[in-house]
Design a protein around this ligand. Structure first.
Ligand code: SF4
Length: 345
């Protein structure tokens, strides 16, 4: 829900203006999932809001959770019938939400279930921010915690191809009157739409940038991620340098370690060499992720293989961490739940 719709409703229905603050309180402080729960409002106003203003711009098809109850995954049906997904996870002490920015994706990365769905359409800013609002309501309803602390654009779609709506959604989500999620707690993960790095640096300099690299060899990366034909490693390097010079912020390099595909000693060397060639590379941080076995043809990567890869990078003076893969029992990698649903149609 875009709160402007509430303001418009109040204005056109002749509702006293002081009700706006009460409605805001019900939605963003109490986290109501239904207008009936807004007990700070009179019954007739609750009924009118129920008829005219939807709290969420999509229907919730289902919510699945992992065995450890630290990952929840939701499937949403948009007004035009397209389906998207979003994940709530607790990798540490706080809750993070992974949001989708497009229904499907045009980029067709070889390892990605969403890519196989093809591109349906861009999400509106409302559809993007409502994914977070939904999880906020979910946390409240299930007594799981007070708030969503972090947001990552790592769900379905390439966020920088839907740039305008993603920026609007982030501005909405970080607005102190609404969910008030600090921009430093929001990360945009891109497959490498390098032309937009500088725009992001200018428009949202506090937001974190993460580049999904997965291979530092041009030919191999193009096979894995066809977008590399347009934005190759030299272009990425140049645009990252511009971004870092403008923001002085750390940039995360995401590298999914895929057994037999990108984890040989030669791959480590190429990755290390590429990173060390970038100006101010002390601001680059590599996150290694073990490949989730449920994705495409890829085989599961053993933890020891990821550790070995990390140690080799460290030996080249590169900042590196191993990220836990959460919730593989509910297909919590990008696009997998919606892809499964798509196949069932
Ligand atoms: S990995 Fe991301 S950019 Fe690539 S196809 Fe999947 S959703 Fe699109």
């Amino acid at each position: 829900m875009i709160f402007e719709k509430v303001k418009e409703f109040v204005k056109t229905k002749g509702v006293p203006l002081y009700r706006i603050a009460q409605i805001r309180q019900a939605v963003y402080e109490k986290g109501i999932s239904d207008w009936d729960e807004a007990t700070n409002l009179p019954a007739d106003l609750r009924q009118a809001l129920k008829k005219e203003v939807k709290l969420l711009s999509f229907d919730v098809v289902k919510v699945e959770h992992s065995k450890r109850d630290i990952v929840y995954k939701a499937l949403f049906k948009l007004n035009d019938g397209n389906k998207i997904e979003s994940v709530l996870m607790k990798p540490g002490k706080t809750w993070s939400v992974c949001v989708s920015s497009q229904a499907g994706c045009p980029l067709g990365c070889a390892f990605c279930a969403t890519g196989k769905l093809g591109f349906k359409r861009h999400l509106t800013d409302e559809e993007i921010s409502d994914q977070v609002l939904f999880w906020y309501q979910f946390l409240r309803k299930n007594n799981l915690g007070e708030r969503v602390s972090n947001i990552v654009f790592m769900g379905m779609g390439e966020p920088l191809l839907n740039y305008v709506n993603v920026v609007k959604a982030i501005e909405n989500l970080s607005c102190t009157d609404y969910l008030n999620i600090g921009q430093r707690h929001i990360s945009v993960s891109t497959s490498g739409i390098a032309d937009k790095f500088y725009n992001l640096a200018q428009d949202l300099p506090q937001v974190n940038l993460a580049l999904s690299l997965h291979n530092a060899d041009n030919e191999e990366r193009t096979r894995l991620m066809p977008i590399n034909r347009k934005y190759d490693l030299d272009t990425l390097k140049e645009k990252l340098e511009e971004y870092i010079a403008r923001t002085g912020r750390e940039v995360f390099i995401e590298y999914t370690v895929i057994e037999g595909e990108n984890n040989s000693p030669a791959h480590v060397r190429k990755l290390g060499k590429w990173i060390n060639s970038i100006k101010d590379n002390y601001l680059l941080h590599v996150n290694l992720i073990a490949c989730n076995e449920a994705v495409g043809k890829a085989v599961a990567t053993h933890e020891s293989s990821v550790k070995k890869f990390a140690a080799a990078l460290k030996a080249m003076n590169i900042n590196v961490s191993i990220r836990k893969s959460l919730g593989s029992d509910i297909s919590a990698a990008c696009g997998q739940l919606a892809a499964k649903e798509g196949k069932r149609k």
